[in-house]
Write a protein that binds this ligand. Structure first.
Ligand SMILES: Nc1ncnc2c1ncn2[C@@H]1O[C@H](COP(=O)(O)OP(=O)(O)O)[C@@H](O)[C@H]1O
Ligand SMILES: [Mg+2]
Length: 341
């Protein structure tokens, strides 16, 4: 197992820059998640670490050795990494055991060693009794566990996972998330896990790097990413905060024709600002603007109320109460974050 270091990495396709100067230091044994919306450059970054894409500028080191940079490009098969993709990429005509054995056979390992290591890797993903099954006899979750075993069987220095759970239905995704956490605790392998799903990133990673348009906006522990998002984008993407453009005037936030009262404890700088507030940090009643209700959605443990505010939709989550679309209700802030512009 090894650490990974990216220094000022750039990549463009044609004239479109997709990775714009990413620097990132991942410690040996660390579990990092690259989190961001579709198209922000996560896969490109992971593929550069794997050696499947070349860099336009910058350097990448693995285990202290430069694998990409001005001095050259080490091909993927010499990087000793494991990789798992969204599509399971399991060979349909090979059995589970043959699929997992493949990387070791390529390396020309002796048969006894292959058999031992395949059994061990299948045990890690709890597929020990499925060794002779064919892929067509497995569920999506089991296929992805085969792909994980195949990526781990050669004792990679780093395991790279690109949206490995995104093809699974919600229940399986949840289950496999637990499997990955357990595997990680057991093996201690350095892992880089790419996802657009904030819940996966927050639940699994030691640190989360939130990416947006080819740059890392914030890299921090899941707790700090969630509690102290450093930009409006991070606040909106992680935790789904409403974002309002307006002005701070004293202890008020003016947004078009509407005025919110800033609760004590919200740091405010006079002038133009973006206010980020999560649905559960707003409440019905209190001191604030009266807004027309657009829709009321029962969520089970709570109820979501959607309001029209200028040309945006404001989401509020709170206890169930009677309210009809079209009716005006007062909305107030319990907490919020301000980002001066
Ligand atoms: N081989 C390619 N040629 C041209 N454009 C590409 C190629 N691969 C990715 N892109 C573009 O680069 C951007 C980043 O892609 P990607 O790294 O796959 O994002 P993500 O994994 O975050 O969804 C996207 O706009 C995508 O369309
Ligand atoms: Mg991708």
């Amino acid at each position: 197992m090894a650490g990974v270091e990216l220094t000022q990495v750039h990549k463009a396709y044609g004239t479109t820059a997709v990775v714009k100067g990413i620097s990132l230091t991942i410690a040996s044994g660390e579990f990092i998640s690259l989190l961001g919306p579709s198209g922000c450059g996560k896969t490109t970054t992971l593929r550069m670490i794997a050696g499947l894409e070349t860099l336009d500028a910058g350097t990448i080191s693995i285990g202290g050795d430069v694998v990409d940079g001005p001095s050259g490009h080490l091909p993927p098969e010499k990087r000793a990494l494991g990789m798992v993709f969204q599509s399971y990429a399991v060979w349909p005509h090979k059995s589970v055991a043959e699929n997992v054995a493949y990387p070791l056979l390529l390396q020309g390992r002796p048969r006894a060693e292959v058999a031992r290591r395949v059994a061990e890797a299948l045990d890690w993903v709890r597929l020990g009794s499925f060794a002779q099954r064919m892929p067509s006899q497995l569920s999506g979750g089991q296929l992805q566990r085969v792909a994980i075993a195949r990526a781990l069987v050669g004792s990679p220095r780093v395991l790279l996972l690109d949206e490995p759970l995104s093809n699974l239905d919600a229940a399986l995704r949840e289950e496999l998330r637990g499997e990955i956490a357990a595997l990680r605790a057991r093996l201690g392998t350095t892992m880089i896990f790419v996802t657009h799903d904030q819940h996966e990133a927050l639940a699994l990673a030691d640190r989360v790097a939130v990416m947006h348009q080819g740059v890392i906006e914030q890299i921090d522990t899941p707790e700090r990413i969630y509690q102290s998002p450093s930009t409006p984008f991070v606040a909106g993407f992680v935790g789904g905060a409403n974002r309002l453009e307006g002005r701070v005037e004293g202890r008020q936030f003016r947004c078009g024709a509407h005025t919110f009262v800033l609760p004590p404890g919200v740091a405010a700088v006079e002038g133009p600002s973006t206010l980020a507030v999560r649905a559960e940090e707003l409440e019905l009643g209190g001191e604030g603007p009266s807004l027309p209700l657009l829709a009321r959605l029962f969520l089970g443990s709570a109820t979501e109320y959607r309001f029209t505010l200028g040309d945006t939709v404001l989401r509020v989550v709170g206890p169930a109460r009677e309210a009809r679309p079209g009716e005006s209700l007062t909305v107030s802030l319990r907490h919020a974050r301000l980002y001066p512009r």
